[in-house]
Design a protein around this ligand. Structure first.
Ligand SMILES: Nc1ncnc2c1ncn2[C@@H]1O[C@H](COP(=O)(O)OP(=O)(O)O)[C@@H](O)[C@H]1O
Ligand SMILES: [Mg+2]
Length: 179
């Protein structure tokens, strides 16, 4: 079973991946997969991943045959998987977390807006895969990893994911305060 961990930059995907890996699970990053499959282009300092060619190369292959494999990264929901976990973080907290990344004003606002309206979530839902949406605002890395493993087990047993279903997180009140 392959599980995509997605969310706006800064929501905590890498930190969650580190915790899952610490607990003995296999965690790959979209970035590493892209490098391995030659689907990454150096774009100045950053690495630009060609997600559609990577998706095409991975199509029909399950990476985690014997055990669940987690694939973390902003665009992981566009890769073939069996389940998608979407991390949601309120834009006000996200803004603080993105501070140290030194993004320019435009890039910062792009990300805050994307989180505000739930871009990753809608794209994840469009895949038709089982999706779990988690509000990580006041969740420790440890509690989050435990919850994610529980949701993966539920998904494997075809059990319901409620209350972590798409639509359970809504930043509308906060976003409307921006205008
Ligand atoms: N559950 C959490 N609680 C508090 N801080 C967190 C949590 N998860 C991540 N962080 C912090 O938020 C920042 C962004 O996390 P990171 O995992 O790099 O996000 P992403 O990989 O989604 O861009 C880091 O400074 C990280 O230490
Ligand atoms: Mg990351």
């Amino acid at each position: 079973m392959d599980i995509a961990i997605t969310g706006t930059p800064g929501t905590g995907k890498t930190a969650l991946g580190e915790e899952l890996s610490r607990r003995g699970h296999t965690v790959l990053s979209v970035r590493d997969l892209a490098l391995e499959h030659e689907c990454a282009l150096a774009d100045g300092e950053e690495l630009e991943v060609d997600v559609s060619s990577l998706a095409a190369k991975l199509h029909g292959h399950t990476i985690g045959l014997r055990e669940p494999v987690f694939i973390e990264g902003h665009l992981s929901h566009l890769l073939p998987a069996d389940m998608v976990i979407v991390l949601r973080l309120s834009p006000s907290i996200l803004k603080e977390r993105l501070g140290p990344r030194g993004y320019g004003e435009e890039k910062l606002h792009e990300n805050l807006e994307a989180e505000g309206v739930g871009v990753c979530l809608s794209e994840a839902v469009e895949t038709g895969l089982p999706v779990a949406e988690i509000d990580v605002d006041s969740m420790s890395k440890d509690a989050l990893a435990t919850l994610v493993l529980e949701l993966v087990n539920r998904c494997r047993g075809s059990e319901a994911l409620d209350p972590y279903v798409p639509g359970s997180v809504d930043w509308l009140e906060e976003v409307s305060g921006w205008y």
